[in-house]
Design a binder for this molecule. Structure first.
Ligand SMILES: *Cc1c(COP(=O)(O)O)cnc(C)c1O
Length: 476
């Protein structure tokens, strides 16, 4: 067909919209956006025909498929739900901890209704929104007082700005960490208005290094958890309890940024112990801060526990208002913290703890189940195997710790590649995140929930079989 004829034969926007294939799109997205997607899809094919890249009429299906792609990735790039098959339990890119069922119920309830967020229902008076969780946090950690802000980065900044602005803060050179996402201790200190005084060396810092650095300008000793790295070999840091003694001797504050901050002892499930907030309090910290959505397994939040007088000063800082959390966070945090009052059931109720504590037999069973389903969906036995793998806690906790796990390993078909296959998995619905190793896609079954196995099988089967359909970028 001649070029002009091909162009003339392209359907109009309305013709595409009225087509049956478009009905599904219209039920998922506002009409205005679908119209724009169809317009762009037609422009795309028009340009291809003009450039000589296409010398036939595109089918209506192709036009709708391309519109669907444009809609999903350009015009309406909404956050897809993800099946986390990476084996990284607290994955920042994938939203960190999933909430426990109690927390989910509470979030839904307060999302739908008004709640006594900042008023006392007995007196009817205004109060602080973190007073309710404060009681729970005090009971769980043994601290006198507690407050909650948006995340731990905000908590650290608030503490430094409130208690050390214009003064000096001593930090070991072995603890000047970068957490990721731009959180670097030296930069946070600078922004807070406090002056960082580095003490000791990268691998060794002694109590005498701290003592020698104290001047009349010193306000605080800050201990930072080496969250995401380890120094092994000839290494030494000063324990919190000793720093607390030194701080008392010179009338200084001792603050610890715990990072992940567990409330339960991880060594009871056979892995290394992460520092616990209650230990930091009993070891003498004036304030301890940690994240709500790392090992705690709750919503994003920055929790500070410690001395009442200091917590009250934090609440008076204008930054406290700027860093405050919303009602959904408080609802989820309350429910999460309540789980911790039962030391047994907490390990099964909180998804993050459940995934950590899960035994290998459970993971293996899930892997077997996925394997069976994939075979039923037509994947050849030669393309699937079950292999041993290692999961990680993630979220800046236990960087060296490898949790033995099982993965389903998918070999891409002839002419396909692990990169392409994993990309098709990422853009499937739901989106699937995996790992690539030895030119195969690895699905770590520790971080996949039992009720996700069916969906995962369907996504994997579709992605695996879709090799040949190059023009079609999204598979349902
Ligand atoms: C993760 C982490 C932070 C930042 O916490 P967010 O809740 O992500 O803001 C700060 N300090 C340490 C040591 C951490 O591990």
């Amino acid at each position: 067909m001649a070029l002009n004829e091909l162009l003339r034969n392209l359907p109009s926007v309305n013709e595409v919209l009225n087509n049956e294939a478009c009905v599904q799109l219209l039920s998922h997205a506002p009409r205005k956006i679908v119209v724009e997607a169809v317009r762009r899809s037609l422009d795309f094919f028009r340009a291809k025909i003009r450039n000589g890249e296409l010398n036939r009429a595109p089918s209506l299906n192709e036009i709708v498929e391309s519109a669907r792609h444009i809609l999903r990735f350009e015009l309406m790039p909404t956050m897809p739900r993800v099946i986390n098959a990476t084996g990284i339990i607290v994955h920042t890119g994938l939203g960190r901890s999933m909430l426990c069922e109690d927390a989910i119920r509470r979030v839904v309830e307060v999302a739908r209704h008004a709640c006594a967020l900042e008023v006392d229902e007995v007196t009817g008076e205004r109060s602080f929104r973190d007073l309710r969780v404060e009681r729970l946090l005090c009971a769980l950690t043994g601290a006198e007082a507690a407050t909650v802000v948006n995340n731990n980065a905000a908590a650290v900044l608030l503490i430094l700005n409130t208690l050390a602005e214009g003064k000096e803060v001593l930090v070991s050179r072995g603890e000047l960490v970068e957490i990721g996402g731009g959180f670097r201790i030296p930069e946070i200190l600078r922004k807070s208005g406090a002056r960082l005084i580095e003490v000791g060396t990268t691998n060794k810092t002694r109590i005498s290094d701290y003592e020698a650095a104290i001047t009349e300008h010193t306000a605080m000793l800050l201990k930072v958890h080496q969250s995401n790295f380890r120094i092994i070999g000839f290494a030494e840091q000063v324990p919190l309890s000793e720093l607390a003694k030194l701080a008392r001797k010179y009338n200084l504050l001792i603050v610890e940024d715990l990072g992940s901050g567990a409330l339960v002892d991880l060594s009871t499930v056979g892995i290394e112990k992460e520092p616990m907030a209650q230990d930091s309090i009993s070891d003498g910290a004036d304030l301890v801060s940690f994240s709500g959505d790392k090992l705690l397994g709750g919503p994003q939040a920055g929790i500070v526990v410690g001395r009442r007088e200091l917590i009250e000063r934090l609440r008076k800082n204008p930054l406290y208002r700027a860093f405050r959390c919303d009602k959904l966070t408080f609802a989820a945090l309350e429910a999460t913290l309540l789980c911790y009052f039962d030391e047994q059931s907490v390990w099964t109720k909180i998804p993050t703890l459940r995934q950590i504590a899960q035994d290998e037999a459970q993971i293996r069973r899930r892997a077997n189940s996925l394997m069976r389903k994939l075979k039923r969906l037509g994947l050849p036995a030669s393309a699937i195997s079950i292999e041993r793998s290692y999961s990680q806690v993630g979220g800046g906790a236990l960087p060296g710790q490898q949790l033995p796990s099982f993965s389903i390993v998918i070999k891409p078909s002839e002419g396909d590649s692990a990169d392409e296959l994993s990309k098709r998995l990422r853009i499937s619905t739901p989106s699937v995140f995996s790992r690539i190793q030895y030119d195969a896609v690895w699905l770590d079954m520790r971080t996949v929930a039992n009720d996700e196995v069916d969906e995962l099988a369907r996504c994997v089967a579709n992605a695996w079989h879709a090799t040949k359909k190059k023009s079609c970028n999204e598979k349902n």
